[in-house]
Design a protein around this ligand. Structure first.
Ligand code: NCD
Length: 309
């Protein structure tokens, strides 16, 4: 049983905990596929979704997940909250506690913000992406999608290509996949590789060919233009030519390799349109897995809250 108040990152989750989250998510996905969107494990509970950064799929995915579980859901965009009036995160947490929230789902541009909120709030906190740090439910949905395709994670070769430095998705995937026994390769311009990532278990590659050679999974990452200081790479066209994944580069990977991307995609930059729409692309399946994974996370955190009441 997942014995946690919060889900903040994959860095300290054990293989057993990840497996439990994925097993429950797989179960949720079966229900959703059968058209069953009424799974009231969170009936009578309240979840507030607090996003200090833009999002389409993650925010709606958490909202749908909480609603399918029967919770009352409130959405707060930072631009419309008291944060815009100068309230601190700690005071926001206390206010949301006073309103008897059971769960707070938070996205924040500063790494560590959900950790601070989790410390002060009685509610369970789910990290929906903190700065360049972690995005645990994204990596879980990626792992669920991989496990469904290959039946396992252990021994898979996963090539992550793109803006690793600014990517919380890359970091959470690295932590989760390593714990589950997969090999994680990374390929990016030197300027977009965070120092020390190899010490955390990533295999750094010098060419696209090396990264994709015999890979089971090819994961593109968005160039995060909003987080770039000028000068990390010469131009988007040049970036696309060297680091973009096209049909030709897929030939280095295994014939049954799948293509993934957390979205949103810069079409023609990280992946060509042809690769995005390729029959081995799992990009839409990832979005579907996302709802199931968030339902699983909310259910398991709620089970533990009930158990410790
Ligand atoms: C990612 C994010 O916000 O970290 N998107 C997502 O949640 N699906 C990746 C990105 O913004 O590029």
């Amino acid at each position: 049983m997942l014995k946690r108040k919060d889900l903040l990152g994959l860095i300290d989750l054990t293989a057993e905990e990840i497996t439990e989250l994925l097993d429950v998510a797989a179960d949720m996905k079966r229900h959703l596929k059968a058209g069953d969107k009424h799974l009231p494990y969170l009936k009578g509970k309240t979840a507030t979704i607090l996003f200090y950064e833009n999002s389409t799929r993650t925010r709606t995915s958490f909202e749908l997940a909480a609603k399918y579980l029967g919770a009352t859901v409130i959405n707060i965009a930072a631009s419309s909250s008291s944060v815009a009036k100068g309230e601190t995160l700690v005071d926001t947490g206390k206010t949301l506690d006073a309103q008897l929230n059971d769960f707070l789902v938070m996205r924040h541009p500063m790494g560590g913000a959900p950790y601070l909120l989790a410390k002060v709030a009685k509610a369970g906190v789910l990290n929906a992406g903190d700065g360049m740090n972690e995005h645990p439910t994204q990596a879980l949905l990626d792992m669920l999608t991989m496990r469904e395709t290959f039946g396992k994670l252990d021994g898979l070769k996963v090539a992550i290509v793109g803006d690793i430095k600014h990517s919380r998705v890359a970091k959470s995937n690295l932590f989760g996949l390593k714990t589950m026994g997969a090999e994680v390769r990374m390929f990016a311009p030197e300027t977009l590789i965070p120092k020390g990532i190899d010490k955390l278990g990533a295999k750094l590659c010098r060419s696209k060919e090396e990264a994709l050679d015999g890979a089971d999974v090819v994961m593109g990452l968005r160039i995060q233009l909003e987080r770039q200081q000028a000068g990390n790479f010469p131009s988007l066209n040049e970036y696309a030519a060297i680091y973009g994944v096209d049909g030709k580069s897929l030939q280095y990977a295994k014939p049954n390799a799948i293509v993934m991307h957390p979205g949103p995609v810069n079409r023609g930059v990280e992946l060509t349109g042809k690769v995005i729409d390729h029959e081995q692309s799992r990009i839409e399946e990832q979005v579907f897995s996302g709802i199931a994974v968030r339902m699983a996370a909310l259910k398991l955190l709620n089970d533990y809250r009930e158990y410790t009441k």
